[in-house]
Design a protein around this ligand. Structure first.
Ligand code: R1P
Length: 289
């Protein structure tokens, strides 16, 4: 195997990884990702101990323990461009010897749990509810740059979605949740297929002032149905998280706190209170798994 070059994997002067600013010993095998850097403290305030707080740009990390389990919580900021950075650097921290720049012979698999906000697209999914992504269609481009292994049934699902979309030139990909982690943490929760969008406004069917070139995108998402599977919600990271986690051999599950219902045009009256409640519940699931 070849040594990874200094420009392919950039380290800071103290040996930490370039954007995350972390050393291998700084992260636990269980990693919670959140979009909002302020949400990192909202998670770690539940910990019994906090051993580390580090950050750079939008990537804030706290590591500590809860009920004896070591957990890292890390903010990704918004979007799958940041997921590319976070997942490659998390993987390098556990699977590359940063001194020799060689891939370790024994690979480690992380359990990665997204706690994010999201908008439901179906009228029957209540605002302030919790929904787990069983898989995600990416309307962003991240996984067009990486090799993905797909099961036959996933290929069929993706083909059905592509043919259901109006001809706007979009090139979706599909990635499933980490099955073992989903079964452990969330088998009893409502599940659905998530759309990961490359933006918040027109890419999620919103019309404010800039003229959208994709009218009808929302309707085709809402009406999609393949073998009883429907699209439940929109957000901006899950497909990239699932795709890269699978490519790198990690398990990932995305929890969506539903703050908006796009079908009913309803938004949560208490977004921070609802997030607070689900952070507590998800942490309990993680420590009792
Ligand atoms: C958009 O407001 C952001 O909120 C959602 C989307 O995925 C996007 O990142 O998640 P977070 O609340 O985790 O950031």
């Amino acid at each position: 195997m070849e040594k990874i070059s200094e420009t392919d994997l950039i380290l800071n002067a103290d040996g930490s990884i370039y954007h995350l600013n972390l050393l291998p010993e700084d992260i636990a095998d269980t990693v919670i990702t959140v979009g909002d850097p302020d949400r990192v403290g909202e998670v770690s305030k539940h910990f019994d101990t906090i051993e580390l707080k580090k950050g750079k740009r939008e990537f804030i990390t706290h590591t500590g323990t809860l009920s004896g389990k070591r957990i890292t919580v890390l903010s990704t900021g918004i979007g799958t461009d940041n997921i590319d950075i976070v997942f490659n650097e998390l993987d390098a921290l556990v699977n590359i010897d940063l001194k020799t720049r060689m891939v370790n012979s024994q690979l480690r698999s992380l359990n990665i749990i997204r706690i994010g906000t999201s908008g439901a697209v179906q009228a029957d999914i209540p605002v302030d509810s919790l929904l787990v992504s069983e898989g995600a269609f990416g309307l962003d481009a991240l996984m067009h740059y990486y090799m993905q292994d797909m099961m036959d049934e996933e290929k069929l699902l993706l083909t059905a979605f592509i043919s259901a979309l109006p001809p706007y030139g979009l090139k979706p990909y599909f990635a499933p949740a980490g099955g073992r982690l989903l079964a452990k943490l969330a088998h009893d929760l409502p599940q659905g297929i998530t759309i990961t969008a490359p933006g918040f406004y027109a890419p999620q069917g919103r019309q404010v002032r800039a003229q959208s070139l994709t009218p009808g995108l929302m309707e085709s998402i809402q009406q999609f149905n393949y073998a009883g599977k429907r699209i439940t919600n929109l957000e901006m990271e899950t497909a990239g998280i699932y795709g890269l986690a699978a490519s790198l051999g990690h398990q990932a599950v995305s929890f969506n706190v539903i703050l908006a219902n796009r079908a009913n045009h309803v938004f949560s009256k208490d977004p921070s209170g609802v997030m607070e409640k689900y952070i507590g519940e998800i942490l309990q699931r993680i420590v009792s798994a």
